[in-house]
Design a protein around this ligand. Structure first.
Ligand SMILES: [Zn+2]
Length: 118
């Protein structure tokens, strides 16, 4: 369990991690770019403490979730375009409208070699 907040003085992200040795004691980990600073004894002596490890794991998880959401978004857009293309190709075979063919020709990165000159 990690609590998240923002330091008022400079807007830096601050995470509060419960101490394992003392009840009701929290250690504050300040995120400064890629650098994490902790107020515990180990952190004070520059050692990598469990609190910073917990915050780093949390940050990596959040980054992974964001990345995952972005990939899903791109995938949705791709499928939407593929459906549109499928519809366009279907209608072009029917009425012979060249509208769909124009869309096909200007459709961006599609591989057009399969479309042929039909
Ligand atoms: Zn610490």
């Amino acid at each position: 369990m990690v609590a998240h907040g923002t330091r008022k003085s400079d807007g830096a992200a601050v995470y509060a991690v419960p101490s394992r040795s003392e009840a009701n004691r929290w250690h504050l980990v300040v995120v400064n770019g890629l650098h994490l600073a902790c107020d515990c004894v180990a952190g004070h002596w520059g050692r990598y403490c469990a609190h910073r490890a917990a915050v780093r794991a949390r940050l990596e998880l959040e980054a992974a979730v964001r990345r995952d959401a972005r990939e899903r978004e791109a995938e949705r857009a791709f499928h939407a375009a593929a459906r549109k293309l499928a519809r366009a190709t279907l209608t072009s075979s029917g009425s012979g409208s060249d509208e769909a063919m124009r869309w096909w020709m200007h459709g961006g990165d599609w591989d057009r070699t399969g479309g042929g000159a039909a």
